[in-house]
Design a protein around this ligand. Structure first.
Ligand SMILES: C[S@@+](CC[C@H](N)C(=O)[O-])C[C@H]1O[C@@H](n2cnc3c(N)ncnc32)[C@H](O)[C@@H]1O
Length: 268
């Protein structure tokens, strides 16, 4: 069973037109403000939502679901838990978590993009016999629409680069998790080693935009993707910020030659 609650009013205008300068991407000029980045990111995901899942499968060589399963495994879920999937998008992590805790547990998927959530809702509706419970709601990572200590576990996939404030997002995770709650985050990272880095650059610069054009008929979101991965902070900095937000047992585990990282932590 799944439900979708939504959808708040739009922010202004032309953010998605902002974007290109040759092979780099500039966020809209208003992106100095949090709201500017949020508007841009929301429009980006609204725009690519129909091709998003297919893009993921092809561009990751089919590894993306394996990474998600590993991310959910770090939560050590047990039935009856209440789990948050923040930046849930089309709901793949939410579904994996919901399968683990069915039929008594519940997953709440929260995302900025109404279009991504609508797709998640459609995907879940195609499996009427499912015994899981998933609720979807539109909201901002930096100001979650949930009460303090309302989740046993929380996850987020591929959105650390996209939120407008990482520190506020981590503080919100800490606020909504119960004591002893676990957090598991999946994000792209930059591999070590000259040859792997070279291959990674090629993948980001050539393969990803090409696959993006084929699957969504748009290129600018994939230039942003490249930019956001290359500019994102080092793994050690993410670990430091999770610790500053009050998490303990923070670990960063690199997968697939370091091209993705799972961050896991505990809320004391
Ligand atoms: C790359 S998608 C990842 C979707 C999903 N987690 C997955 O594993 O495929 C990033 C998602 O983060 C959402 N997002 C970005 N910034 C956000 C924010 N500040 N608050 C909530 N969601 C946000 C986007 O709307 C998008 O659906």
């Amino acid at each position: 069973m799944s439900t979708l609650t939504s959808l708040d009013g739009g922010t202004s205008s032309n953010d998605t037109r902002s974007v290109l300068t040759t092979n780099t991407v500039s966020l809209p000029s208003s992106s100095n403000s949090q709201r500017g980045k949020e508007g841009f990111v929301r429009r980006l995901f609204d725009a690519i939502s129909p091709g998003y899942d297919f893009f993921n499968r092809v561009a990751s060589f089919g590894l993306d679901q394996k990474w998600r399963r590993q991310t959910i495994a770090r939560l050590h879920l047990v039935p009856e838990m209440r789990v948050l999937d923040l930046a849930s998008g089309t709901g793949d992590l939410a579904r994996l978590a919901a399968e683990e805790i069915a039929p008594l547990g519940c997953v709440v998927g929260c995302d900025l993009s109404g279009e991504m959530l609508k797709l998640a809702q459609k995907k879940f509706a195609k499996i009427p016999s499912a015994r899981w419970h998933i609720k979807l709601t539109q909201g901002r990572a930096e100001n979650l629409p949930f009460q303090d200590q309302s989740f046993d576990a929380a996850t987020m996939g591929f959105a650390l680069r996209n939120v407008s404030s990482l520190d506020e997002t981590f503080r919100e995770f800490h606020r909504v998790l119960k004591p002893d709650g676990r957090l598991s985050l999946l994000e792209f990272s930059r591999p070590n080693g000259f040859l792997v880095r070279l291959g990674h650059r090629f993948w980001l610069t050539v393969a990803v935009p090409l696959i993006g054009i084929i699957t969504t008929r748009k290129v600018w979101p994939f230039l942003y993707l490249r930019h956001s991965i290359l500019q994102f902070m080092p793994t050690a900095e993410v670990v430091k910020r999770l610790e500053s937000a009050g998490f303990t047992n923070v670990q960063a585990e690199s997968l697939t030659f370091g091209s993705v990282t799972i961050y896991s932590a505990r809320r004391p």
